[in-house]
Design a protein around this ligand. Structure first.
Ligand SMILES: *Cc1c(COP(=O)(O)O)cnc(C)c1O
Length: 450
């Protein structure tokens, strides 16, 4: 057996993959990624693919970026890991300051975690404990949205709105109050009129706040788009309007920018687009440029102050993990932010976003595609069965076959339900955007003929 064959056999035999039906996993040749360079992934068979999903929406400047590689190696020469429970490390200190400096002005303190789900868990726990600490423990309910996705841990699933998860784990989840998805309101109730949808959504929020504000701890929103639900953008005004209503009714606002943060929206943070200043902000994915697992929850001064007390009163935030504020991850994240600050990546984004938007037009009206959706440098195209005009049945995995075909044509993508997704590294070139669009177009057209 060659080494490659052995790896494939062991992969099927031992490695239980996330979000994967392992019974089907072995049917195809698994794509085992051996190395990467810039925007390209290489598998153990030596095949090369353009990374059209930014290694699950997190890669920012491409793979093997010389500055990020160097930052990691330099830190490795000092220490790989040390605890931040009662101790500290220079990259984490610098990163905390830098994140506070570059995020919305309301956010003044930084709590580190390892993944986006955990950054959300921390935001939920901070919000809940905030009200306990200031003597209003009855404020413990969370307001969430239909279709929301905030991660896979139990608390993050509780504030999510995915029926699939809620059915399986329903008994484990804490109760919430649910608001409609702004995108669904816009397109199913307001004939696409974003202004009307935002107004209607804000009225619904206000009614809920008026009815139950003495019980409500916080509202949690994704940063302007429901990403995992299928790139469902909010109409303008939701973030800012929610901010004003939450302030007026003494409810905290948590914004989850795990997906939208670090340039994905076209700005460093999506909150900037509407001048929203949340009480808590969850960050992840692009924080280390997509290199290492690190996430953060930024908190306002008001939240932070509520945790200060004489030691004996036990009001501190009882939370922390073994690898919290890992120095390697912090060093790379710090360099990531420096590249943002010094380079032209952010100023080049509007042009790339416009190019993606223009390129998506070619899918409109195709018998095998629904209307494409876009938010910043992320897009999704629904695959349709030309015979029925509807999505293919869940079990048929036609989207997966289309992605497999795209991979053979040199573009690595991943389906999201019935959608083909384009979420490239932000450093993607205009020519690469065109290649991704054309390849998915060809793969979808071919795939729908089978
Ligand atoms: C990906 C994502 C998460 C979860 O982050 P993980 O790092 O996968 O735990 C949370 N919220 C949003 C909006 C996301 O896109």
């Amino acid at each position: 057996m060659s080494e490659t064959e052995m790896l494939k056999a062991w992969d099927r035999r031992y490695f239980w993959h996330p979000f994967t039906q392992m019974q089907c996993y072995g049917d195809d040749d698994p794509w085992i990624i051996d190395r990467a360079e810039g925007h390209y992934l290489y598998n153990v068979d030596g095949e090369r693919c353009l990374d059209a999903v930014a290694s699950l929406w997190c890669n920012v400047h491409g793979h093997r970026h010389p500055r990020l590689d160097r930052a990691l190696l330099e830190q490795l020469g000092k220490v790989a890991h040390s605890t931040s429970l009662g101790a500290s490390n220079p990259p984490a200190i610098r990163l905390a300051k830098k994140l506070v400096d570059c995020s919305p002005a309301s956010l003044q303190h930084c709590f580190f975690t390892e993944d986006g789900s955990e950054a959300v868990e921390v935001a939920i726990k901070m919000a809940a404990q905030y009200w306990v600490n200031i003597g209003q423990p009855e404020k413990h309910l969370f307001l969430t949205l239909d279709n929301a996705y905030h991660g896979d841990t139990v608390g993050a699933v509780s504030v999510g709105g995915f029926p699939l998860f809620h059915e399986v784990y329903g008994n484990l989840l804490f109760p919430t109050r649910r608001l409609p998805s702004p995108y669904v309101l816009q397109w199913e109730q307001c004939q696409g009129d974003g202004e009307a949808a935002a107004k209607l959504w804000l009225q619904t929020l206000e009614a809920l706040l008026l009815a139950e504000k003495e019980k409500i701890a916080a509202l949690i929103l994704e940063g302007g788009v429901q990403g995992a639900a299928g790139i469902l953008p909010f109409p303008p005004g939701i973030l800012q309007g929610a901010q004003q209503l939450c302030n007026a009714h003494d409810v905290l606002l948590i914004v989850d920018e795990v997906a939208t943060g670090f340039g994905r929206s076209g700005k460093l943070f999506s909150c900037e687009r509407e001048g929203a200043e949340p009480d808590l902000l969850a960050l992840g994915k692009g924080l280390s440029g997509g290199y290492l697992p690190i996430a953060a929850t930024l908190a306002s001064e008001k939240i932070y102050q509520a945790f200060l007390a004489p030691f004996g009163e036990a009001q501190q935030f009882y939370y922390g993990h073994t690898f919290t504020a890992n120095p390697l991850a912090c060093a790379v994240a710090l360099e990531n932010l420096d590249i943002f600050a010094e380079g032209s990546l952010l100023s080049e984004l509007p042009e790339k976003i416009a190019r993606l938007q223009k390129g998506l037009e070619r899918f409109r009206g195709q018998v095998w595609a629904g209307d494409p959706r876009q938010f910043g440098l992320m897009a999704a195209i629904p695959l349709r069965n030309p015979a029925t005009g509807a999505a293919y049945p869940y079990g048929e995995r036609v989207e997966y076959m289309v992605c497999k075909r795209a991979r053979e044509m040199g573009v690595y993508s991943r389906p999201l339900g019935d959608l083909l997704t384009i979420v490239p590294p932000l450093s993607v070139t205009a020519a690469e955007i065109d290649t991704i669009l054309q390849t998915l177009f060809n793969a979808m057209a071919e795939g729908s003929k089978q």
